[in-house]
Design a protein around this ligand. Sequence first.
Ligand code: ZN
Length: 225
Amino acid sequence: MFTGVNCAVAIGRHLEGFPSVELRKIIEENNLFIELKKRHKRVRFADAYLVDDVKEIAERRFKSVTTVMALTVPESIAMTEDLMEDRALMQDLTRETIQDRYPDIPVVPPQRAAEHLFRLALLNDFTLYEFFQTDVSGHSMDYARACAVLRTYDRFLAALVRCTEAAGITLVMTADHGNIEAIGERGHTRNPVPFIAFGPGEAWLRDRVNSLQDITPALLEAFDR
Ligand SMILES: [Zn+2]
């Protein structure tokens, strides 16, 4: 999704979860954030890392694909201070999952989180937000929990779409694998994922994206055109 490279072919197997050294190399050399930076675009990863220094993220042994990419453009990274000042979002939107560890960070309704993301989008050329409670709740196989997560996400999206539509911002929503749609299975699924584009670039993007591999080239082309 973030490289335009079919990494399963490149490394000879499909890899779930944290990228290997080999896969990290591919991501570090060539990714959406780096390419946008080369084009002098302001890029932001909206999910806050609860640290005070980017070094603390770089030193982590396990890094997600998105983390590996964001570290290649360190100024894209949001940290605790950004979250405290509503310049970032928590990966669960409402911050409920961090209340036991960070009681000083106030819980926000999903509609408010949408406003925070919208403000970031106004300040940047490309803003990425990663929500993975859908994945976590899919793994839990807990139907009630999955429904609660989807309700939260739905409220967030309704508010976000209202804002981006009024501002003429293109909103893209997609996923790198299924999970929550098959609550009776614990793992990721191989079902096709949605690619939803909404706003000025919607038709143009939809015409160009048929697989995960198309996403980065299509987004870059959208900026080049
Ligand atoms: Zn998962």
